[in-house]
Design a protein around this ligand. Structure first.
Ligand SMILES: C[S@@+](CC[C@H](N)C(=O)[O-])C[C@H]1O[C@@H](n2cnc3c(N)ncnc32)[C@H](O)[C@@H]1O
Length: 225
């Protein structure tokens, strides 16, 4: 165990609070923005297009796979289907049996796995080209900023080690006129420091879509196409 005062043991699962919160919201509001933990209807859907844009235009149409961790009700798969992106092989993973069965109900033929990515060796085989973490690093609830940073880092390291091309994930913006203590606002400089120190210099910060968050595309190698 680390001696850092704020660090959490690798066995601790402090993020289960987020799962319980989403389960309660989903039980009340169903497969809607509220039911997935997003208070605002405005712009709710745009984030799924943004996640998918981690696949660069030049390689669009080429067969690839996307692992959607924290898939919820698989809104990302809704979008993939509605766009006719049949070249994308999708797999969704979620810690919540409730959210996984809602996803399965909508997409009975699709590949879903229920469980914790830290425990699930099988989700990395075959190796996904892209990993998406949508809305799982935006709320820190009871976690301190240090604990949340450490948790995000551990999960990103797992995905980075196991994916072939890139990861997309979002956090709350720090460059806004309000911040909440239960949300995870990360300044761009801090995020750049984390990415440079632990992953690669090949990333994009996407803050053009009108929400109080931004999405990071983290590539394993320079994007030249
Ligand atoms: C805010 S919802 C977002 C769902 C979906 N990604 C979307 O954007 O519509 C977060 C989801 O991630 C799941 N989750 C949170 N932390 C997780 C983790 N460490 N591993 C797997 N699932 C997780 C929750 O159960 C919940 O379904």
């Amino acid at each position: 165990m680390s001696s850092e005062p704020n660090s959490i043991s690798p066995d601790a699962r402090p993020y289960h609070g987020l799962v319980q919160m989403v389960e309660a919201l989903h039980a009340e509001h169903g497969d809607t923005h509220r039911g997935l933990g997003y208070p605002r209807a405005e712009g709710f859907d745009v984030r799924y297009r943004v996640y998918l844009d981690v696949i660069r235009a030049a390689v669009r149409g080429t067969p690839c796979s996307v692992l959607d961790i924290g898939c919820g009700t698989a809104r990302l798969l809704d979008l993939i289907k509605s766009l006719g992106r049949t070249e994308i092989a999708y797999r969704g993973v979620d810690l919540s049996p409730q959210l996984i069965s809602a996803a399965q109900e909508k997409h009975p033929e699709a590949d879903f796995v229920c469980g914790d990515p830290f425990d699930l060796g099988e989700i990395w085989s075959p190796q996904p080209d892209y990993v998406v973490f949508g809305g799982i690093f935006t709320c820190r609830l009871e976690m301190t900023v240090e604990q949340m940073t450490e948790y995000m880092l551990r999960l990103l390291q797992l995905a980075f080690k196991n994916c072939r091309r890139a990861i997309a994930f979002n956090v709350m913006s720090h460059h806004v006129d309000w911040q909440r203590d239960d949300l995870f606002h990360v300044p761009f400089d801090r995020m750049a420091e984390i990415l440079n120190a632990n992953f690669s210099r090949h990333y994009v910060f996407r803050a053009d879509y009108g929400l109080y968050e931004y999405t990071v595309y983290l590539y394993r190698s320079p994007v030249t196409e």
